[in-house]
Design a protein around this ligand. Structure first.
Ligand code: HEC
Ligand code: HEC
Ligand code: HEC
Ligand code: HEC
Ligand code: HEC
Length: 191
């Protein structure tokens, strides 16, 4: 009996609390905070991270340099790979390199320090992704990475989650039952 009264009292107190304007404003603020935090999270994940050198994709792709020249892993292995300073130097040693960003490249080459490029497109460790079957299957870089050729440094794209992978895999499989099973099997992407 005493327990019940205590419970009722608590309930009544809770009800009173909910009715209080301070509580309402408080929860309102909390919601606002949570929402703006989530919004900020989305915003920050869509910003390109700072890179050691503001490498300019549009300049280099505009010169006719192929994506695979700098990211040759994409058609033979899981990871596409990022160019070392040696690959940059192949061209830049014949140049004046007077621009500030080119000066940074010269410093990395002279110090033999690797250029610490910051990853942009990244899946969690429990996801298995491999570039090779995608390039072999005729999927363009731009389909997944956006119009890199118009950008300076690469920019992340939101929403590349499990649903994104599965949607394209279902479309790819079409009516091919065997392919559908293979491309949507959990162990295809989680091993
Ligand atoms: C195929 C040859 C080639 C390769 C490889 C190459 N570059 Fe360049 N790069 C050029 C040319 C040509 C220019 C334009 C001439 C100029 O700006 O002086 C240029 C311009 C630049 C610029 C100035 C861009 C601007 O905003 O005007 C930077 C910085 C640069 N390269 C850095 C790099 C880095 C870092 C790498 C390696 C990841 C690299 N380059 C690889 C040929 C190359
Ligand atoms: C089917 C979608 C898809 C296509 C097509 C694709 N990529 Fe990727 N790429 C990804 C995903 C997903 C990641 C993140 C992989 C991870 O974190 O395991 C990634 C990562 C990368 C990275 C950074 C990590 C690494 O693998 O070295 C580079 C560079 C890259 N891609 C370049 C390319 C280029 C160049 C092409 C075209 C030749 C291409 N990608 C085609 C989805 C794709
Ligand atoms: C001259 C060399 C060069 C060429 C050509 C080039 N890239 Fe890159 N790429 C880089 C460098 C250096 C970075 C690291 C800086 C950055 O993230 O932008 C990079 C980063 C990337 C990333 C992000 C990698 C990550 O860390 O997640 C993608 C995706 C990518 N490139 C795709 C492409 C595609 C698609 C093309 C062709 C349209 C291309 N690149 C052409 C040098 C190059
Ligand atoms: C734009 C379309 C597209 C997207 C997005 C995509 N894939 Fe694929 N994926 C393909 C195609 C096409 C193949 C090759 C299918 C075949 O074997 O004919 C493939 C094959 C694969 C394979 C090899 C399957 C095998 O045969 O064993 C793996 C692993 C894979 N994808 C993982 C992923 C993951 C993980 C993601 C998301 C991060 C992803 N894919 C996003 C189109 C896509
Ligand atoms: C085509 C590739 C692909 C297939 C097939 C796939 N997944 Fe995923 N899965 C992903 C990717 C990419 C992520 C990470 C991004 C995300 O969280 O959505 C993920 C994330 C997850 C997560 C973590 C979710 C989270 O919120 O962190 C679980 C659990 C999961 N997958 C289970 C499964 C199960 C069970 C299956 C089979 C029914 C499956 N997956 C099939 C690509 C795949």
């Amino acid at each position: 009996m005493l327990e019940r009264i205590k419970k009722l009292n608590l309930l009544e107190k809770a009800r009173e609390l909910v009715r209080k304007p301070v509580f309402l404003i408080g929860t309102g603020l909390l919601f606002l905070l949570l929402f703006s935090a989530a919004g900020y999270g989305v915003w920050t994940t869509q910003q390109p991270p700072p890179q050691p050198i503001q490498f300019n994709h549009s300049v280099h792709v505009g010169l006719g340099v192929q994506c695979l020249y700098c990211h040759p892993g994409a058609w033979r292995q899981a990871s596409a790979g990022l160019p070392t300073s040696g690959k940059c130097w192949g061209c830049h040693q014949q140049m004046a390199n007077t621009k500030p960003e080119q000066q940074k490249l010269v410093e990395y080459v002279n110090s033999s320090e690797p250029i610490p490029w910051v990853p942009v497109f990244i899946q969690p460790d429990f996801v298995y992704f491999n570039h090779r079957p995608h390039i072999a299957g005729g999927v363009n870089c731009e389909t997944c990475h956006g119009e890199i050729s118009r950008l300076t440094v690469a920019e992340p794209i939101a929403g590349q989650n499990m649903g994104w992978c599965l949607d394209c895999h279902r479309t790819t499989a079409g009516d091919d039952e065997e392919k559908l099973i293979r491309l949507t099997d959990c162990s295809t992407c989680h091993r």
